[in-house]
Design a protein around this ligand. Structure first.
Ligand code: AMP
Length: 372
């Protein structure tokens, strides 16, 4: 299958070619035709599958093809759980829409609202937003969502995990009933299915990455260690490597500790988590992507949705409490067809968590030995 077979417009195809995409990913091939046809969509897919383009490309064409319901109105809303993800989706709309005249902007909390409000005042067609700030601005009467034609709820499962359900439910009645809705979630537990039912009309279902197969391409290894050995193991693994490594910590405090330990050992690293300012997180991410910082230490929420092309190694310094989070974490590597390595440290008291993960992924991880 080629992009040319998907009935996308010439300006969008040109932008896609410039992005270097040769053929549509499975979710793009499956989702673009129904979205172009105006159908609601229920997409079971995680970040890294090309899901952003799967909704952004047909949305751009649909919005271009029809006139706005009201002049100057916001026509599309994409709701996403984290600032990083919002910024990335914003960049994607800019890139894919570069030969079109639609305007998009991104709003999220943790930074001053004035520049965001100024951007909105200038008029935007496509709004990419995190729920907290969006509700804030709606509450202040600075935003009108009554002319939305297309609504996207991205990473619905993560939204619920992060406690955004009330925000979402508050927003829904503000959207017009007659609209196109696209709903994405990596996992489909019962509460997500219920939420999707309340929002979608006769949706097309697209499921591209059963959790297990998404991680098949990744070389996964586990080190069974005692807790005090973790630090030495991390330092020795990082000393053997010259590739970019993303290290996951379960807690913010832990992330800071790990980063400090690495600095002391002469390994340049930075930590990102919810207590760091938005500017700090952005700078670290840019430096990490450009290779200026080789090791980034992150908590799950801070790393959620971060798109680092060709990240080769992920290290789980701690195991996550929820097995699905393991899949999200290691999904940072091995993206869009690249192979990757995920190394996991497991202490004796983390063994039950390890078992849950192996049950979820249906894969027994290769055990590595470590002797300090
Ligand atoms: P996403 O799942 O939307 O976060 O996309 C994951 C990564 O895949 C991003 O870096 C995209 O730029 C890239 N990507 C999306 N679609 C394609 C494609 N058809 N071919 C190659 N790379 C793609």
């Amino acid at each position: 299958m080629t992009f040319n077979e998907l009935n996308l417009s010439a300006p969008v195809l040109r932008a896609v070619a410039q992005a270097g995409y040769e053929s549509p990913s499975p979710i793009q091939a499956a989702a673009i035709p129904p979205v172009l046809a105006g159908r609601d969509l229920m997409g079971c897919a995680q970040t890294g599958t090309g899901k952003t383009a799967a909704f952004a490309l047909p949305m751009l064409d649909r919005l271009t093809a029809s006139a706005p319901r009201k002049k100057g109105a916001i026509r599309a809303l994409i709701l996403t759980p984290t600032r990083e993800l919002a910024l990335q989706i914003g960049e994607s709309f800019e890139a894919y829409g570069k030969y079109l005249t639609l305007r998009s902007t991104v709003i999220f909390g943790g930074v001053g609202q004035a520049p965001q409000v100024a951007a909105l005042k200038k008029g935007v067609d496509i709004l990419i937003a995190c729920p907290g700030r969006l509700n804030d601005l709606v509450g202040q009467g600075l935003l009108d969502l009554s002319n939305i034609e297309i609504f996207v709820l991205d990473e619905a499962d993560r939204m619920l995990d992060m406690g955004f359900v009330a925000d979402i439910k508050r927003l829904l009645p503000l959207l017009p009933k007659s609209r196109q809705t696209l709903f994405f979630s990596a996992t489909m537990p019962a509460d997500i299915v219920a939420l999707s039912k309340s929002m979608l009309t006769d949706p097309v279902r697209v499921e591209v990455t059963p959790v297990a197969s998404a991680v098949d391409a990744i070389d996964q290894r586990v080190y069974f260690v005692e807790k005090p050995e973790k630090k030495k193991l991390l330092v020795s693994l990082l000393r053997e490597e010259d590739k970019s490594v993303l290290v996951f910590s379960r807690t913010k405090h832990g992330a800071d500790n790990i980063s400090r330990l690495l600095s002391k050992s002469g390994i340049r690293s930075e930590a990102i988590h919810g207590n760091k300012s938005q500017n700090h997180r952005q700078r670290v991410l840019t430096d990490f992507k450009s290779g200026k910082i080789r090791v980034m230490v992150a908590t799950d929420i801070a790393a959620r949705g971060i798109d680092i092309r060709e990240l080769e190694i992920v290290i789980n310094y701690d195991l996550p409490d929820v097995p699905e989070t393991y899949v999200h974490r290691i999904g940072r590597t091995g993206r869009a067809g690249h192979s990757g390595t995920a190394l996991t440290f497991c202490t004796p008291d983390e063994r039950p968590l390890m078992k849950d993960i192996q049950r979820l992924t249906g894969k027994k991880l290769n055990a590595e030995t470590y002797r300090a």
